[in-house]
Design a protein around this ligand. Structure first.
Ligand code: TXA
Ligand code: MG
Length: 316
């Protein structure tokens, strides 16, 4: 842990676990260190990164102001899977913010992330920029091995086991007059509105562009098709023997399906489904599956985060 914190202080990369997914970290207050993240991920330099901080105190280094909604959300949900977009303090974290006048900040709850942030802070690091530790556009990692699979064994990864949440943090833009919903996660919009005390608006055309909001993202190598349960059943009946290596990720049990079709059951609870989603996609890729037919999750708000990731995985 000490060596990892020292690496960050020296401007090098360290991948680390958070409660959502693994992040690829570099000190956010050094543009040259942050440039290494963009390079390793193959991420376009105009896509801003989230800065991880130990607590609210460090937010003040990066943000010009918080505002009452941000203060309430921090009090209710930090440390935890919520990222806030705030007006950026002048002259700091230009590279991490990809030149935007705003900065994304979040305080993770994972004990390994917190220990790393605390030790790095002791070495003068104000915050750690950390996008998901995967190559641009691909599935986020939820285990240390996934990070090595993405970047090779030379990458420094702190192994904190499997991530609890499994999908990326909820993002709320608090930099404008009214808070705006940018990315769904496990925290529901209802819960966030209740804590904010004001409605969270849906994103509009003037909202900042975020890579997590590109139509195609979180994509495995296999082609993903998302369909309602009855359509999935019909498709399987019509299929007979598949000519491609096909996997089905469905909520209900399936009868009369060819033994050549790889079957996985989606958990009944949305949080459990989020927890395993990315590792299931990675496992199926590793098995050489070419096509994944996924049953659409229920329209319930609790499923919004998982639905969002599946829609984007299917968009490529
Ligand atoms: O759960 C998470 O948020 C994970 C863990 C590692 O913390 N991180 C993550 O980072 O998902 P990344 O870089 O893969 O996604 C960050 C998202 C992107 O959609 C990005 O555009 C958005 O946050 N974002 C960051 N800063 C922003 C800003 N200033 N304005 C608008 N969007 C921003
Ligand atoms: Mg990402």
């Amino acid at each position: 842990m000490q060596r990892a914190a020292q690496r960050l202080a020296d401007g090098d990369l360290v991948a680390f676990p958070t409660e959502t997914v693994y992040g690829l970290g570099a000190r956010a207050d050094h543009d040259a260190a942050v440039a290494k993240i963009f390079h390793a991920k193959g991420r376009p330099a105009d896509h801003p990164l989230i800065v991880h901080v130990l607590d609210r105190d460090d937010v003040e280094y990066f943000a010009a102001r918080l505002g009452s909604v941000a203060e309430r959300l921090i009090r209710t949900f930090w440390p935890g899977p919520l990222t806030l977009i705030l007006p950026r303090a002048q002259g700091v974290a230009q590279a991490a913010a990809a030149g935007q006048p705003t900065i994304g900040v979040r305080s993770p709850s994972h004990p390994v992330a917190r220990e790393l942030l605390a030790q790095a802070r002791g070495l003068g690091v104000h915050g750690v920029a950390g996008p998901s530790a995967n190559r641009f556009g691909r599935v986020s990692p939820t285990r240390a091995q996934h990070v090595l699979d993405e970047f090779g064994d030379a990458m420094w990864v702190l192994d904190g086991g499997e991530c609890d949440v499994g999908i990326e943090s909820t993002i709320v833009d608090c930099s404008r007059e009214r808070p705006v919903w940018l990315r769904p996660g496990v925290l529901t919009r209802e819960a966030i509105q209740a804590a904010a005390g004001v409605p969270i608006e849906p994103p509009d055309a003037s909202a900042p562009r975020a890579p997590g909001s590109l139509a195609s993202h979180y994509a495995p190598a296999a082609k993903v098709r998302l369909m309602p349960g009855p359509m999935l059943h019909t498709a399987l009946q019509l299929l007979g023997e598949p000519t491609m290596k096909l996997a089905v990720y469905s909520r209900g049990s399936l009868h009369g399906v060819s033994g050549a079709v790889r079957q996985r059951r989606m958990p009944v609870h949305p949080q459990q489904a989020a927890h395993e989603l990315f590792s299931v996609l990675r496992e199926l890729d590793a098995e050489g599956v070419q096509l994944i037919w996924v049953e659409e999750p229920p329209p319930d708000p609790a499923w919004e985060g998982v639905r969002d990731r599946l829609v984007r995985a299917a968009a490529s």
